[in-house]
Write a protein that binds this ligand. Structure first.
Ligand code: GLU
Length: 297
């Protein structure tokens, strides 16, 4: 029997140091790669430059290594990959699947109000397609993906089970390149997951909602769709996903084993079977066995 190669990744945005929540995603992606006998890569997702904190990339890499999570190849920085994103956008545009948009947020809100719709989701307006047929004299600001009318995407998350999203209805034509010239996460992540040969994406549950968009883009670009697993979120005091805004503190890698134990508990790993480990390598190998026993391929 030949076993398909496994390549996984952890793809942090360098908006601050790793904290208890981001370690859960990092650890889960590492454990899943190890449990499959696969490779584990790290990609620094620094396309949203206004949100990036100088030096946070190196801090994250140092924190991962202190926790024994060592990438199998040198990390990739998205800020160095603009030419690849441009090539993908050019292909989509040539196929009529991407178009320039001249709408400001106010234009979009007005168009929605005029149509009697106030469709909004996670603070994002559902784009009504105003520039689908051309810019009508406006200057191009952003580039959008032309979501097919029939765009109900069914996919299965390895932890959450069957998922469905009607992207046209729930999201609309989404941004590939922003009005400020920055590349959008959706395009960059799809191009890079394919370029790195990622077969399995393991990441936080807050990102599950992006998956249908990414599957549509993969289809439009002729790229394979990886398997997806979204991990439980660690919540802050306000019951929202733990983040800098609600009190997440940088991992104290002076106590890396304790940090790993807490992350393992958040993943539901049975503490009793791995408790005995008193150093990081021993804990990680016990945790890999525990992970392998609980997951599906
Ligand atoms: N860079 C994203 C984040 O830190 C993760 C992207 C992904 O794993 O697909 O939230």
């Amino acid at each position: 029997m030949t076993v398909a190669p496994y390549i996984g990744r952890f793809a942090p945005s360098p908006t601050g140091p790793l904290h208890a929540g981001s370690l859960v995603a990092a650890l889960a992606s590492w454990l899943d790669a190890r449990a499959h006998g696969g490779r584990w890569l790290v990609r620094i997702e620094d396309v949203d430059t206004p949100r990036c904190v100088p030096g946070a990339d190196q801090t994250i890499l140092t924190q991962l290594i202190a926790c024994g999570l060592v990438p199998d190849a040198p990390p990739l920085w998205q800020s160095a990959r603009g030419a690849h994103y441009q090539a993908a956008l050019d292909r989509l545009a040539a196929a009529g699947l991407a178009y320039p948009c001249g709408c400001s947020r106010k234009d979009i809100a007005q168009a929605l109000a005029a149509a009697g719709q106030g469709r909004e989701r996670h603070g994002e307006l559902v784009y009504p397609g105003s520039c689908r047929g051309g810019l009508r004299g406006k200057a191009a600001r952003a580039w959008r993906f032309r979501v097919p009318d029939e765009s109900c995407v069914d996919w299965t998350d390895r932890r959450l089970g069957p998922q469905r999203q009607d992207v046209a209805q729930e999201v609309g034509d989404f941004v590939l390149r922003r009005a400020d010239g920055l590349w959008a996460y959706q395009l960059a992540v799809v191009v890079d997951d394919a370029a790195e040969g990622i077969t399995h994406v393991v990441r936080g549950e807050d990102l599950a909602d992006n998956t249908a968009r990414q599957i549509l883009l993969q289809g439009a670009l002729g790229l394979p769709t990886p398997a997806y697993l979204h991990t439980p979120l660690v919540l802050g005091a306000d019951d929202e996903k733990l983040s800098k805004q609600n009190g997440a503190v940088a991992l104290n890698t002076g106590h890396a084993l304790r940090c790993l134990r807490e992350a393992g508990a958040a993943l539901g790993l049975p503490a009793t079977s791995i408790d005995a480990a008193t150093d990081i390598p021993a804990w990680l190998s016990a945790a890999t066995r525990a992970w392998a026993a609980t997951i599906s391929a």
